[in-house]
Design a protein around this ligand. Structure first.
Ligand SMILES: [Zn+2]
Length: 304
């Protein structure tokens, strides 16, 4: 535990902090609650400084086939962004079908074109996209689409990835995640870690005041359909970002075959261990109707 604390403190020393300016920014989120989770703090500061904030939601958030927007989730997002003084007119819904919308190359290509047009037209200064994490298929495909569109459009804004959900555990790269596992065995003590990165470099932490963090947390709680208060424990932290540096998308973002997650998933098949492992690790598979589905199955790579 002491080792982990020292690793985390080492990180703290090298942490690079940023604050938002008065830029024209755009947050590309898979779902309505993701936008606030990813860059709610950055958006709050941008508005305060006189900049402009735009949000693009890729998926309709609705179960069932077809591009039908989930109205409840839409209204929750309006309410959340209103708290940060972002108006409805700055929120775009692309409404790709939640389950079947972006699982084949053709539809993915259509979406890349759609996002490319948006980027060319608006020339944003800073663009946010979900981190490629091998955790949630729709977050990963959003990363792929927005990064392809960025390259294709030739725009020059900053491109920041935002971590949300992944099952990557590494003592070297994510010591805080191990610490939060270990402290589950310590009575009356809990160490909760914010969403974690996978790669070590180019991490940026947003300097946020207590008031700004409080506002981000209030925004998160408007997403009642997604658990509202429950989102706070997982995502009620200051924003953090990583500069996008490219991936080979034919590979998962971390070595799954030799990962902690894979061992845990194998052990979860042993009935007597299952509930213990769920308590300790929570979800360790990808979020997709097919639990082993990752975007690597699309056979796309960085050349496309
Ligand atoms: Zn999501």
């Amino acid at each position: 535990m002491i080792y982990l604390y020292s690793e985390i403190n080492d990180y703290a020393k090298d942490k690079k902090f940023i604050t938002a300016g008065d830029d024209n920014i755009c947050i590309f989120a898979a779902h309505q609650d993701d936008g606030v989770i990813m860059a709610g703090g950055y958006a709050i500061q941008t508005i305060k400084n006189g900049g402009s904030v735009n949000i693009v939601y890729i998926f309709d958030g609705e179960t069932g086939n077809g591009r039908k927007r989930n109205i409840l989730r839409m209204n929750e997002s309006f309410k959340a962004w209103k708290l940060a003084e972002v108006g409805k007119e700055n929120i775009i819904f692309l409404d790709y079908d939640e389950y079947f919308g972006l699982i084949d190359k053709k539809k993915i290509e259509t979406c890349i074109e759609e996002v490319t047009t948006l980027l060319k037209k608006n020339n944003y200064d800073v663009i946010f996209l979900p981190l490629y994490e091998g955790g949630h298929y729709k977050h990963d495909i959003t990363n792929y689409i927005v990064s392809r569109a960025y390259l294709r459009s030739g725009v020059k804004g900053k491109l920041y990835e935002c971590p949300e959900y992944n099952a990557y555990y590494s003592i070297k790269n994510t010591p805080e995640k191990f610490l939060s596992l270990i402290t589950k065995f310590v009575p009356f003590y809990e160490y909760r870690s914010p969403p974690s990165f996978i790669r070590k470099d180019n991490r940026w932490y947003l300097e946020m005041s207590n008031n700004e963090l409080e506002l981000k947390r209030r925004m998160l709680q408007t997403f009642r359909s997604q658990g509202g208060k429950g989102l706070l424990g997982l995502y009620g932290y200051k924003d953090s970002f990583q500069t996008y540096t490219g991936y080979d998308y034919s590979e998962p973002p971390f070595d799954y075959e030799n990962s902690v997650a894979k061992h845990v998933n194998n052990l979860k098949t042993v009935p007597v261990l299952r509930s213990f492992l769920w308590w300790l690790f929570g979800k360790t598979k990808t979020r997709h109707p097919d639990l082993d589905y990752m975007i690597t199955k699309l056979k796309i790579d960085k050349e496309h």
